[in-house]
Design a protein around this ligand. Structure first.
Ligand SMILES: O=C(O)CCC(=O)C(=O)O
Length: 256
């Protein structure tokens, strides 16, 4: 069920340092058995949080759980990130962020998304946004809205994009952060040519790597019948001193 045309967009085609990073897809970056274990752990964790409530690491609205909440169950953010950074993602991450890379350990998430009409009460899909807007205060007057220089690694743990919700991304990163009124779905649709929108079909273990300036949202369509489980990691340069990152727990992955 993979879109063969997308297979050209491999992680080993890295841009020169400092250039924009278009979103790219890497097939089967994580082994299927490992993904299945992660999926089971996440579903159990999300269901437990949904009935217990009160866990600050759980968002009822997005059926998302910070990965750190699953550390004791073997799904620690650093344990997930290290083999990817040492393995298939290293060239792409280092080319974009430099050799001293840090994981934003508290901004790593496990997520469930549901087919329309099958979502639990209170759940909603993610609207258009840029991850580089993390902790950005749009209320302050700023000459330019500079996104964090960040990479998000989004891993599908179940088939998605076809019969289950996936991601929709703009193929070209934007020059700056869009303020909230410009994130309206109709407005985004009007501002970009249809060829710019990308809804990859993904299977367990496939991953998307995209930079903080990439506009994206949950892709959910009326005909979908299945739910999806995914997880995501966020990387920055270890030396990044942007004020938005103040207080964030960074785990440096090293430069070996
Ligand atoms: O998993 C999704 O559907 C959306 C997640 C997302 O866009 C994000 O966390 O930045």
């Amino acid at each position: 069920m993979h879109d063969e045309a997308l297979d050209n967009e491999r992680v080993h085609c890295v841009p020169a340092p400092g250039q924009a990073q278009s979103p790219r897809l890497l097939r089967l970056a994580c082994p299927a058995l490992v993904c299945e274990g992660w999926r089971l752990t996440i579903e159990a964790g999300v269901e437990r949080c949904r009935s217990d409530r009160g866990d600050p690491d759980f968002s009822l609205h997005s059926s998302s759980l910070r990965l750190r909440a699953l550390s004791a169950m073997g799904l620690d953010p650093v344990t997930v990130a290290l083999p990817l950074w040492r393995g298939p993602l290293r060239g792409a991450i280092d080319a974009f962020l430099g050799r001293h890379v840090a994981l934003l350990a508290d901004q790593c998430w496990a997520r469930c998304q549901y087919a329309p009409g099958r979502a639990p009460p209170g759940h909603a899909a993610h609207g258009w946004h840029q991850d580089g807007a993390l902790h950005f205060d749009f209320g302050t007057l700023r000459a330019n809205r500079v996104p964090l220089r960040m990479l998000t690694c989004w891993i599908a743990l179940t088939p998605c994009g076809g019969d289950a919700p996936g991601l929709e991304l703009l193929r070209t990163p934007l020059a700056g952060l869009l303020p909230p009124p410009e994130l309206d779905a109709q407005r985004v649709f009007e501002q970009h040519a249809s060829a710019e929108f990308w809804r990859p079909l993904m299977g367990p273990g496939d991953l998307l790597l995209f930079s903080g300036d990439t506009l994206h949202r949950t892709h959910v369509a009326p005909a979908m019948t299945q739910h999806r489980v995914s997880l995501e990691l966020r990387f920055v340069a270890a030396e990044d001193r942007s004020p938005q990152l103040r207080g964030e727990r960074r785990v440096t992955l090293g430069a070996a």
